[in-house]
Design a protein around this ligand. Structure first.
Ligand code: ATP
Ligand code: MG
Length: 284
């Protein structure tokens, strides 16, 4: 089994203890409203304890991929029509979203979706709905406050009156309340100031290292995502067009030009790079 996401030295260190494959998505197709084929055979892997990024522009299929894994497509009139999704070798396509939470897979939606009228602490407690053990819930809450001290300060504030960054932290904290082994994180940087984006990603990395939580994250912010991830997949028009170690993707000339707006001739706007050129390079 190829294990991605670590340097050669790390891999050598880990050779005695090869990380297990946590998630294996194999050739999935997704159709919306019975007609629109949006994912056209997406395959990706998340080894235990890694941060894996799905990158790509608007409408590429990032959210759809995460929703396929967390089984949240039904509400969008979408369905997986081909391929398989395995969690630690077990097929999970027919599990409900809450069964998946019980198995340790939880999604943080794009746009954060905090309960606006509840306090930060009430929002966090809502994330513990699969857990009945009060002691465990209290311990999880303490842990969330350790990683997100800002949330502790704002625990009695109504979510609607907290900042975008605090709401994103609240959404991630709420997901952590179910003790996940893997968090599916959709566009954590969306709408946040660069400094707050860094703060959120630093906490994600910390959770990954200290709590061994794996992340599959969808991001348009390629530069930041690659800096914090082990491995990346680039999606275009429902297909994976490139994949690799985060460092090698960040150094790749096509990635730099198409997604970072940097080319041999210097920096240019992302908008200047015509979509058809990317299609020509990768999809022909
Ligand atoms: N509920 C839906 N019904 C029909 N088509 C949809 C639905 N949701 C998404 N799509 C379409 O599926 C494609 C992929 O959308 P998706 O939301 O997965 O992209 P994305 O990569 O997450 O984009 P963004 O970066 O803008 O969030 C787009 O063409 C989109 O219009
Ligand atoms: Mg999206």
């Amino acid at each position: 089994m190829p294990v991605h996401g670590r340097s050669e030295t790390d891999l050598a260190d880990e050779s005695m203890n090869t990380p297990n494959l946590l998630l294996n998505v194999n050739g999935i197709e997704v159709i919306y409203n019975h007609v629109a084929l949006v994912l056209k055979g997406v395959s990706l892997q998340v080894p235990e304890g890694r941060i894996v990024a799905i990158l790509g522009g608007n409408g590429a299929g990032k959210t759809t991929t995460l929703r396929a894994v967390s089984n949240l497509l039904k509400g969008e009139r979408g369905e997986v029509t081909k391929g398989t999704i395995e969690l630690q070798g077990e097929r999970v396509e027919s599990l409900s979203p809450s069964d998946l939470v019980r198995r340790g897979v939880v999604q943080v939606m794009e746009g954060r979706h905090c309960f606006a009228h509840l306090t930060i602490e009430e929002n966090l407690l809502a994330g513990a709905y699969t857990c009945k053990d009060r002691g465990q819930i209290a311990a999880n809450l303490d842990k969330v406050y350790t990683y997100f001290p800002r949330l502790k300060t704002r625990r009695t504030s109504q979510a609607a009156y907290t900042s975008g960054g605090e709401q994103q932290m609240c959404a991630i904290g709420r997901a952590l309340m179910s003790n996940p082994r893997m968090v599916l994180l959709d566009e954590p940087s969306m709408g946040l100031a660069p400094q707050i984006v860094e703060e959120v990603f630093e906490i994600v990395k910390d959770l990954n290292v200290k709590e061994k939580v794996s992340f599959l994250l969808a991001e348009q912010n390629t530069m930041v995502a690659l800096r914090y991830s082990d491995f990346g997949y680039i999606v275009e028009n429902g297909r994976i067009v490139m994949e690799g170690e985060a460092k090698s993707l960040a150094d790749n000339e096509d990635v730099k030009e198409f997604y970072l707006g940097i080319s041999g001739e210097g920096r240019k706007s992302f908008r200047d790079v015509k979509h058809y050129r990317r299609r020509k390079r990768w999809l022909s």
